[in-house]
Structure formats: C-alpha cells, structure tokens
Design a protein around this ligand. Structure first.
Ligand code: ATP
Ligand code: MG
Length: 222
C-alpha cells in the first residue's frame, strides 16, 4: 500500500508544486518508489518532469502522472498502490479535492507563505476541513503546515511572530522545519530531477539538501 501525501493550499502560488517536487526528490533519493500525481490543468509537475528528462536529469525512483479529472483520482491512486509514496499535487484552491481525499490521505501538507493574510487563510482552510470531516463523521486527516519561502533575515519579524501566534491560538499543527526561499530550489523546479543531482558540493547546495531532508523527516516521522 502506498502512503498518500496530499499537498494543498487555500490559495495558489504558495508552493504546492515546489514542495511536492522537493519532497518527491527527497523520498526517491532515499530509495522509496515515488509518484507525483499532477492534478493541475496547467500540468506544472508534468512539464517539470519532461524538462528533467530532456536535460538528462531524471531522478531515479520518481515518476509523474497527470490526473485533471477529480473523479478519476481515487482509481488512479488504487492502480498505483505499488508505489511506496504517492504525492498528490493539487491546483489552486483545492478544498473539494482535499476533502474528497481526506479519508485516504496519510498526510496533508499545507504550504504557507509567512504573512498574516496567508496564515489566516490557512486557518480558515483547516477549520473548514475540520467542519466538513466532523459533519461526515470522518476523521480529520493528519496534516502539517509548512512555512515556505522563509528568509532567515526575517527571523525576528512581526509577520513570523504573528503567524505563529495565530496558529497556536487556533491549534494549527505546523512543521518545526521552515522551507527557505532558495535559488537551488528554483534550479530544481526549472528542470533538474532533485537536489541530489546538482553537481557542485557548495554550501548553497548542501544547505538546500539539509533543509529538504529535515523537512521530509519532520513531516514523515512526527
Ligand atoms: N522555497 C522556495 N524557494 C524558491 N522559490 C520558491 C519556493 N517555493 C516556491 N517558490 C516559487 O514560488 C512560485 C510559486 O510556487 P508553486 O508554483 O510551487 O506554487 P503552487 O502553490 O503550486 O501554485 P499553483 O496553485 O498555481 O499550482 C514559483 O515561482 C516557485 O518557484
Ligand atoms: Mg502548482
């Protein structure tokens, strides 16, 4: 049975595809047979994967399939249960799909930029999911918010403090590992198979790998 990770946000552009690609790179590098299901009509993950192939930068153990028809996703998950991990990269505001998958999702990952606007939308999203699942007598899926595009220079900023404060107030589970805004992450999403296929062993590469490894560890082991 594959573990199912759904990556969803209450708004677009928070880093779902990026986090999906980074997590997939981490897990496949550790030897897990990993599949990304791209549910976005724009096919960002599919196009990324094709670029990695034409760049000769294919990540071993990693495949990407498209499924833009929500009603077909559950059967596609079934057909691919021989993978160790399936990451569902949702598109835009994916409340319906997230809810539809809530009972079979082992982990829901919610990327969030560090601003009160984004944080408040995440709180509303989690609360909506709590209500919908309770109404249906379903269990709320295990989930974690990932603060993304973090810049260490803002370590003591009001925005970070406020976001954490509201998350605690609303009992929102948030990863201890923040994903930094990184040029190396961009290099991957521009068409390299994973952080482990980067040639150099410079600090920026090693730091990006460490960040990605710590994030995957925190998400999957806590
Ligand atoms: N940690 C990061 N470091 C550098 N750039 C990032 C990071 N996370 C996201 N980005 C950039 O932010 C932009 C939006 O990210 P992404 O496409 O992953 O968001 P999304 O939630 O999948 O959007 P959509 O809802 O449109 O599918 C992209 O240009 C991506 O490269
Ligand atoms: Mg996307």
């Amino acid at each position: 049975m594959a573990s199912i990770i759904t990556v969803a946000t209450p708004k677009g552009g928070s880093g779902k595809t990026t986090i999906s690609i980074i997590l997939a790179g981490e897990l496949s590098n550790q030897g897990f047979k990993t599949l990304i299901i791209d549910t976005d009509k724009q096919q960002s993950a599919i196009r990324w994967h094709q670029k990695t192939l034409s760049n000769n930068s294919r990540q071993e153990n990693l495949e990407v399939l498209a499924s833009t028809e929500p009603s077909k996703i559950v059967s596609l998950l079934d057909e691919n249960s021989h993978f160790d991990v399936i990451i569902v990269d949702t598109a835009g505001f994916a409340d319906q799909l997230t809810f539809a998958l809530s009972s079979i999702t082992d982990l829901l990952v919610i990327p969030c930029k560090i601003s009160s606007f984004d944080g408040d939308q995440v709180i509303a999203f989690v609360n909506q999911l709590r209500e919908l699942t309770a109404k249906d007598n379903k269990e709320m899926p295990k989930y974690k918010v990932v603060l993304n595009e973090y810049d260490p220079i803002t370590k003591n900023s009001k925005s970070l403090e406020n976001v954490y404060k509201s998350f605690i107030e609303h009992n929102i589970s948030v990863s201890d590992v923040l994903m930094q805004k990184r040029e190396r992450v961009k290099t991957i999403t521009e068409g390299t198979g994973s952080l482990y296929l980067l040639k150099g062993k410079d600090d920026a590469t090693v730091n990006a790998q460490t960040n990605s490894r710590n994030l995957a560890y925190d998400l999957l082991n806590n």
